[in-house]
Design a protein around this ligand. Structure first.
Ligand SMILES: Cc1cc2nc3c(=O)[nH]c(=O)nc-3n(C[C@H](O)[C@H](O)[C@H](O)COP(=O)(O)OP(=O)(O)OC[C@H]3O[C@@H](n4cnc5c(N)ncnc54)[C@H](O)[C@@H]3O)c2cc1C
Length: 443
């Protein structure tokens, strides 16, 4: 029996793929139902009331379960919660799950894993042949220490739910990733003032170009990397200008070397003076904040949109091939442990445009590997050799990613999917041959 930790999009994709190959599993989920962080009531959710998809629905949905036509291009998070509930219902996945069950610890045991789970305050110890970890990457806040003491309210974006907290306050948002940009826009309509402190420049993309979601543009023909970086950056400059036109720092790296901010409103509000751009924070004292350019501001509330850290509190780092000095476990394809053949890190990945179908393919490869390994297959053995030798290799497509913790598990979608699909086709070809010789039920 295998265990899947988590019933978010990744846990559900994993469950679906194990189901397709008749691999027995139990899902363990600390919340009362499926949906992961898209269920704002999940204690692990970092969703906020105004949040919508940042990637468009057709580029994000599972291929075998498209979103309904009447759903907006960038649906509200409540629509996503419904989508995942529908997905789980359609494929009858919930009956495999134990809800309100938290995984507390897991250790290698007798060729498998001993796991302690907790439900209603009671602990249970059990044994699994393999574990697929899909507990999400956006839960544990990355909260750098600020230089000084702040007398006002200090929050991380993970705690933010509703813009009513900004009412009549002088607000400073630190960081302008996708959440920071969304939250600053929310604050505009409630706060007395909104400032935003940025340490570095970002590429900003509008959600729509010519009436189409931006991630659906670009055509089928792939440009070479350097040309694509130049052409896309020039196109964005032509449409919206440069960040410095809005008072923001320009990026000192090339396009796609960090995750872009997809938001049509943040530059609009900067351009209207509703949001004031500030430089890096040099010091805090009481309600006063000093910025690196010598300017100052007074604030009632600081919201740190400083991202998240990978966190697997139920398993020792050494079992994840995660050296202390590195920001992410060193795995093959961000999933496969070089030695353990029964431990899989699901969804520990960020990439522009990967969507849930990319995550579904990840789960397909894992399910095929588990299935074919059991058959003692040659392709699975070959794959085991590859994962042992190439764990930690980056699928960056030649992009020189900037040196940030959150880029430690970032991949280039095209390079990553190419490798996934290659391995899937090798294992599937072998599975087909076996099925001709000895039919296996595949749904
Ligand atoms: C505001 C916001 C907008 C986003 N927009 C997009 C977007 O447009 N496109 C996109 O592709 N991605 C987006 N994301 C990224 C998002 O992380 C993924 O869409 C997706 O939710 C990841 O799925 P997951 O299953 O890996 O993790 P999660 O959704 O976090 O699910 C993990 C599950 O594991 C459970 N769990 C955790 N620990 C334990 C434990 N110890 N025991 C049992 N269960 C446990 C949690 O309760 C949770 O249900 C967005 C994220 C945020 C916060």
């Amino acid at each position: 029996m295998h265990a899947i930790i988590g019933a978010g999009p990744m846990g559900l994709a994993t469950a679906r793929n194990l189901q397709k190959l008749d691999i027995p599993f139990i899902g363990l989920e600390l919340h009362s139902y499926v949906g992961g962080l898209w269920d704002i009531d999940n204690p692990h959710s970092t969703m906020y009331e105004s949040a919508h998809l940042i990637s468009s629905k057709r580029m994000t949905e599972f291929a075998e379960f498209p979103m309904r036509d009447e759903v907006a291009c960038y649906p509200h998070h409540s629509e996503m919660k419904r989508y995942f509930r529908d997905f789980a219902g359609h494929f009858d996945l919930c009956r495999h799950y134990e809800f309100n069950t938290r995984v507390v610890s897991m250790t290698p045991d007798n060729g498998g894993w001993e796991m302690v789970t907790e439900r209603n305050g009671e602990q249970q110890t059990r044994h699994f042949a393999g574990v697929l970890i899909a507990n999400g990457t956006l839960h544990t806040p990355n909260q750098p220490k600020l230089p000084g003491e702040f007398a006002g309210q200090l929050l991380h974006s993970s705690e933010y739910r509703s813009p009513s907290i900004f009412k009549d306050k002088r607000v400073l948002i630190i960081g302008c990733g996708n959440s920071g940009a969304d939250i600053a826009v929310d604050a505009v309509h409630h706060a007395k003032s909104v400032d935003m402190s940025l340490r570095r420049g970002y590429y900003f993309l509008p959600k729509f170009i010519k009436g189409k979601p931006i991630d659906t543009l670009g055509g089928k023909r792939k440009l070479p990397r350097k040309l694509k970086q130049r052409v896309d950056a020039a196109m964005i400059r032509f449409v919206i200008g440069q960040p410095s036109d809005y008072g923001l720092p320009n990026p000192d790296y090339r396009m796609y070397e960090s995750h872009p901010v997809v938001n049509s409103l943040i530059l609009h509000h900067l351009g209207h003076g509703d949001i004031k751009a500030r430089r890096d924070i040099k010091g805090l004292d009481g309600n006063r904040v000093d910025f690196a350019d010598g300017e100052q501001g007074e604030y009632d509330l600081i919201l740190m949109a400083t991202g998240y850290q990978l966190d697997y509190p139920f398993i020792n780092r050494q079992h994840l091939n995660w050296p202390a000095q590195l920001d992410a476990p060193q795995l093959y394809l961000n999933v496969f442990h070089p030695q353990h053949d029964n431990l899989f890190m699901m969804g520990m990945i960020e990439a522009a445009g990967l969507g849930w179908e990319g995550r579904n393919l990840q789960a397909r490869l894992v399910a095929l590997y588990i299935h074919q390994r059991r058959q003692g297959s040659a392709a699975a053995q070959q794959f085991a050799d590859t994962k042992r030798q190439q764990a930690g290799n980056r699928f960056d497509g030649g992009y020189d990613y900037i040196n940030l913790a959150r880029m430690a598990y970032y991949v280039n979608k095209d390079a990553y999917l190419k490798a996934l699909k290659q391995h899937i086709s090798e294992l599937e070809a072998e599975l087909q041959q076996q099925n001709v010789a000895q039919p296996v039920a595949l749904t």
